[in-house]
Design a protein around this ligand. Structure first.
Ligand code: ADP
Ligand code: MG
Length: 467
């Protein structure tokens, strides 16, 4: 993928707060952007309002005694009602979808800019088993409208858009407006010589006073910007976050989905092991048994042939052993079981054909299933670097912070990784999802590629671990 796989809470989405005036200017700009979204939401809300007004007007015209004769009044009134209803019906779907997109964008920006993660709890479209924000699947107009209208999250979005149209002026737009007014204070005295602007009428008004007032407005706007931006993030979190029950329902859906995927991949893994055992070690052991029986029969009559058969049997046993070892390594590598994730990743790096630098360390050991998921994810990512990246070097950085195991795998290759083009990255994502872990991919064309995984987990204390 040429961008970033969007995974909630991914590290690339942490808010970057820059201190100083630059940070204040950025905060004011972000507030302005939120204000723009607010105005877009306001525009969308006008559609149902206008539709309602038309219906109301139509009803009023029908009932009311205007100067028009009866039949004309009825026709005009019905026309107005029909236009209102049609407008409501035809535009409603678009409006609801657009408000939802605005809400989704605002959640994302609140996470990136304000550091406020806001969960999404939309109902999946009917007949589709995944949570999907905007449901672009093949649903009829009616189905899509019903799907949206019957989702409580839609009504929460609409309530947010309404409240936002009031609150957004203060929390989002105020800093930029103060700065704008302040700048006019600076510019106005200059402009007055170019175009005729009547000076504002207040006592003591003079260019230096105007500049002073302008400077005060700009300073106030910039100083308030980071605070108001954070407050806006809090407001968006309170309005757009799912209430407890919806969050629980979302969690249940997520768990049901990841459980099904885990069971599927577990079954697939068992089938793979069965096939490998059947075609590999089992076949060799059968051949070995036959060679030994034949050698037994030939031992007296033809000792030379019997010796050749024994050599063959020994080779078969060595091969069977090697295959069993490889199989065990693929299921649960001994180095991982014995010495833990950090050491197993070091061993992987040493075995790799590429130059791989391993940085960081872990202060203890995660639970074996987490270790195993992280280990096989790193295996797949390193294999990807070797197979696809055209890289000279790779880096693995692992650390444990705030209850999160975090591993970055980066390479200096040509980038352009696309999860849709294969199964490996999706496989990792599914495997990590079973532990509420996430995978973030950043691989612009031209490189470099950085893949980050984060898994919430506890570490056993280093004293009790064997690593
Ligand atoms: N590190 C990387 N650098 C460049 N391209 C990559 C990298 N990793 C993956 N890709 C691209 O993304 C695709 C998807 O990767 P993956 O899901 O692992 O599938 P697979 O390895 O089975 O092809 C790959 O086919 C490859 O084209
Ligand atoms: Mg792969």
């Amino acid at each position: 993928m040429s961008g970033t796989v969007m995974i909630p809470g991914s590290p690339s989405h942490r808010s970057a707060q820059r201190p100083g005036v630059r940070g204040d200017i950025i905060a004011a700009g972000r507030g302005l952007a939120f204000g723009g979204l607010m105005l877009a939401g306001l525009g969308l809300l006008l559609v149902p309002v206008i539709a309602l007004i038309l219906v109301g007007l139509g009803a009023g015209v029908v009932i009311d005694a205007t100067a028009l004769p009866g039949i004309q009044r009825a026709v005009l009134g019905l026309l107005l009602i029909l236009t209102g209803l049609l407008m409501g019906r035809l535009l409603m779907l678009g409006v609801l979808l657009a408000v939802r997109r605005l809400a989704i964008l605002t959640r994302r920006l609140a996470r990136e800019w304000c550091g406020v993660p806001i969960a999404e709890a939309y109902l999946p479209p009917p007949g589709i088993g995944i949570v999907s924000g905007t449901g672009n699947g093949k649903l009829s107009f009616q189905q899509r409208l019903w799907w949206l209208v019957s989702d409580p999250a839609t009504w929460r979005d609409l309530l947010w858009a309404t409240m936002n149209a009031v609150v957004g002026w203060i929390l989002a737009l105020l800093p930029a407006m103060l700065v704008g007014v302040g700048l006019i204070g600076f510019i106005a005295p200059t402009l007055r010589h170019v175009i005729e602007i009547p000076p504002p009428a207040f006592p003591g008004n003079s260019p230096p006073v105007l500049i002073l007032i302008g400077a005060a407005f700009v300073t106030l706007g910039l100083a308030a910007a980071p605070w108001l931006l954070r407050a806006y993030g809090g407001f968006a979190g309170a309005m757009l976050g799912p209430p407890g029950q919806a969050e629980l329902a979302l969690r249940v859906r997520h768990l049901a989905q990841t459980r099904a995927e885990t069971l599927d991949s577990g079954a697939a893994e068992i089938r793979r092991i069965e096939r490998d055992l059947h075609d590999g070690a089992q076949a060799r052991l059968v051949a070995m048994g036959m060679a030994l029986s034949a050698a037994d029969e030939l031992l007296d009559a033809n000792p030379a042939a019997a010796r050749a058969l024994l050599t063959e049997a020994r080779d078969a046993s060595a091969k069977a052993l090697a295959e069993l070892r490889a199989l065990v390594r693929g299921v649960h590598p001994p180095v991982l079981a014995d010495r833990g994730l950090a050491a197993a990743i070091q061993a992987l790096a040493l075995d790799s054909r590429l130059k791989v630098d391993v940085l960081g360390s872990l202060p203890g050991r995660p639970q074996p299933p987490v270790e195993s998921a992280a280990y096989f994810a790193v295996c797949e990512l390193l294999a990807n670097v070797s197979k696809h990246a055209g890289a000279r070097q790779a880096w693995i950085d692992m650390r444990y912070e705030h209850g999160l195991l975090r591993v970055d795998v980066a390479d200096d290759g040509h980038g352009g990784a696309d999860p849709a083009a294969g199964t490996g990255l999706h496989g990792i994502e599914r495997r990590l999802a079973a532990f509420d872990g996430i995978l973030a991919l950043n691989s612009p064309p031209g490189g470099p590629t950085v893949v980050t995984m984060e898994i919430p987990c506890a570490l056993s204390s280093p004293k009790t671990s064997s690593c």
